[in-house]
Write a protein that binds this ligand. Structure first.
Ligand SMILES: Nc1ncnc2c1ncn2[C@@H]1O[C@H](COP(=O)(O)OP(=O)(O)OP(=O)(O)O)[C@@H](O)[C@H]1O
Ligand SMILES: [Mg+2]
Length: 296
């Protein structure tokens, strides 16, 4: 899919439900959980009025006034047309690039550079090829200066968590794609980040491995209670994993709609056959198709 452009007039074509969803998405008070749910306690990540233009004033406007909040321990998913700025937004949240205007805060602290409070998992495999699985996972705790015994315990815990203990001394080149992504997840978690930023982490995997990885991620998330901001093209994946799905417009990316996923957990992979699931999927597909249609 090529990059897509949303013109100003196309925004008026958004249906009234999407408009109200859009308003909700931009409501800074909006969180994913009902009062009383422990997950509604506090915001971990706050993205406020973020605009990103690459290059000079004539450069590509990738993100236009994006605001969203991710509640503590929430699993928040972003979907949107190709080229709408999803990766750009995650890079900004990771501190790997600077906003043109606006702010991003984690636990109230402004993001100005990468930090151990944010773990990132990319679509492409980004392990250090010259380090073993163990050494890759140990990298963050070592940089933090944790003592060797504590590092060993952390690495063993996450090796177990992702089922790779027997491969601790292997090098990335000796692993399959799914195994490499499991190491990448373990490496991100070993730093005990406040937020896990995941950019299509399972995009390159076959559907069976992808399903296994989704189950693994849900298991780890339910056990570790992490705050997750997850980008995907796959609506089924978004709805199997997320507490809330944010739909972005075509470039320049804005938050177009917020869909709460009120499907009980734990969710089995068969949830995709349930009528509630299919109804949510139809809504999201409709919102995305509007964006793509408007671009052509
Ligand atoms: N480093 C860069 N310099 C200039 N423009 C860039 C850069 N990175 C991304 N862009 C542009 O910003 C826009 C958003 O790109 P981005 O990669 O964030 O989109 P995306 O939503 O992640 O797309 P996809 O779904 O295909 O991964 C695109 O038009 C892209 O060409
Ligand atoms: Mg991307």
């Amino acid at each position: 899919m090529g990059s897509l452009i949303l013109n100003a007039s196309s925004q008026t074509a958004v249906g009234s439900r999407a408009m109200s969803e859009s308003i909700k998405a931009n409501n800074p008070a909006g969180t994913a959980h009902a009062a009383g749910d422990p997950r509604s306690a506090g915001t971990t990540m706050a993205i406020e009025d973020v605009t990103l233009r690459y290059g000079d004033a004539n450069g590509v406007l990738a993100l236009d006034d994006v605001s969203l909040k991710v509640a503590k321990n929430e699993f928040c998913v972003i979907v949107g047309p190709s080229g709408c700025g999803k990766s750009s937004l995650l890079y900004l949240a990771a501190g790997l690039n600077d906003v043109t205007s606006g702010t991003i805060k984690v636990d109230g602290r402004e993001v100005i550079e990468p930090g151990p409070d944010r773990g990132m998992v990319f679509q492409s495999y980004t392990l250090f090829p010259w380090l073993t699985v163990r050494a890759n996972i140990e990298y963050g705790p070592k940089r933090k200066g944790l003592p060797a015994e504590q590092r060993r315990q952390i690495v063993d815990q996450y090796l177990d968590e992702v089922g790779l203990a027997p491969f601790a001394d292997h090098y990335p080149a000796q692993l399959s794609g799914g195994m490499k992504q499991r190491v990448a997840i373990a490496r991100a978690l070993a730093n005990d980040p406040a937020v896990l930023l995941m950019d299509e982490p399972f995009g390159a995997l076959d559907s069976q491995t992808r399903g296994t990885m989704q189950k693994l991620l849900l298991r780890v998330w339910e056990r570790q209670q992490k705050t997750v901001l997850f980008v995907t093209h796959d609506i089924d994946e978004a709805l199997v994993l997320g507490d809330r799905v944010l739909v972005m417009t075509a470039r320049p990316g804005k938050i177009k709609a917020e869909i709460k996923v009120d499907i009980p957990r734990p969710r089995s992979m068969d949830v995709i056959l349930e009528p509630d699931f299919i109804a949510l999927k139809r809504r999201i597909l409709g919102l995305l198709h509007d964006e793509i249609d408007e671009d052509h």
